[in-house]
Ligand binder design. Sequence first.
Ligand SMILES: Cc1cc2nc3c(=O)[nH]c(=O)nc-3n(C[C@H](O)[C@H](O)[C@H](O)COP(=O)(O)OP(=O)(O)OC[C@H]3O[C@@H](n4cnc5c(N)ncnc54)[C@H](O)[C@@H]3O)c2cc1C
Length: 382
Amino acid sequence: MRSKADVVIIGGGVNGCSLAYGLAKKGLDVVVVEKKYLTSGATGACGAGIRQQWSTRENAELAINSVRIFEKLSKELGQDIEFRQGGYLIVVHDDDEMRQAERNVAMQRSLGLKVDILKPGEINDVVPILDVDGIGVVGATFCPTDGHANPFKTTFAYADAARRYGAEINTYTRVVGLKTKNREVNAVVTDKGVVKTSVVVNAAGVDSKAVAEMVGVNLPIVPFRKEIMATERLKPVFEAMVISFRDGVYFSQQREGQIVGGIPIPEERSGYRTMPTMSFMQHMARTITRYAPVLKHVNMLRHWTGFYDVTPDARPILGETNGVKGFIQCNGFSGHGFMLSPMVSKLLVDLIVDHKTPDVLLSLNLSRFKDKKIVRETSVVG
Ligand SMILES: Cc1cc2nc3c(=O)[nH]c(=O)nc-3n(C[C@H](O)[C@H](O)[C@H](O)COP(=O)(O)OP(=O)(O)OC[C@H]3O[C@@H](n4cnc5c(N)ncnc54)[C@H](O)[C@@H]3O)c2cc1C
């Protein structure tokens, strides 16, 4: 392992690897330290949906700009990341939800996003198998440029490209300490050696809180266990991701034909329990077959758990940490860090290389939890 670097990134998920690529491409000497294998954290467990329909301006902006990057990413990285745009259909169940949906859509359109409000009679044009009367809807919103990519292929494509630009990626290497001098970062201690550096990025997902504690920084991140399932393959029937904020459910059909989806379960607790539960399977099966009764004939093949790194306002923590120079946060994605990764890494590259701090970075800084009235993201599922 190198003994010094311009930047050390802790975590080999999609965010750590995309940032490694962006920084190495700019000519910086980058070292990534991953305690297991690439994608072993939330990235390898995720649904990998890509949605621009958010309630907060920051998330919408990050996602819209990320989609612009995703559209060209396979070509840029030289590998197919299986990005496709089948849209996201968000069902709206009552008048209160519709008022919120209208506010969201107005904000999203002000950012240039093409998003429509559908009447109940138009929903089956997008997803023919939905039982519109059975679910009880007053409408839906639909953005045709939302979509999906393969989280493994995306992360490995970023990592390969980062290596081509000279980044060193160390797997099965755990960060056990951070060294500071005069409240400035100056080294990362791993179980395989020490790397001197003046910039450390904390992209350790749900473990980011533990990493920050190594220098006495408290991140307001709570791990939430989530479950997700995949069915057997069936012929292509719909392209859009279907979600409901009221029921918390999301599901879409993958390119290979299986349906992948998740839902919170009544016994959901914060913490690190990894065992999948029967109650998830039952709740998911009941809900998805209420949404699309034809799926009663389809078998669930497997289901697994992963963790959301949840912040009090369900928005990420990005940028430099007050009081510890050179310590950059890239965490707290609260269940939507895959879709934001292209733009998040661009912003952090601009911060690290050119010291740029645009408004979006200022408003997502850790300091917001101390100084400011926080604005909660409400468009959350899973
Ligand atoms: C069930 C589920 C469904 C999801 N669906 C979506 C979705 O549809 N769309 C979306 O955008 N997002 C989704 N997410 C969220 C998304 O997966 C995450 O926000 C995103 O993958 C976070 O990536 P990351 O690189 O920040 O963190 P991670 O992928 O968690 O990577 C962090 C890495 O840090 C490593 N690490 C931790 N501590 C140390 C240490 N001390 N030393 C070295 N390495 C360390 C870990 O091993 C891990 O590999 C979902 C998440 C789950 C669990």
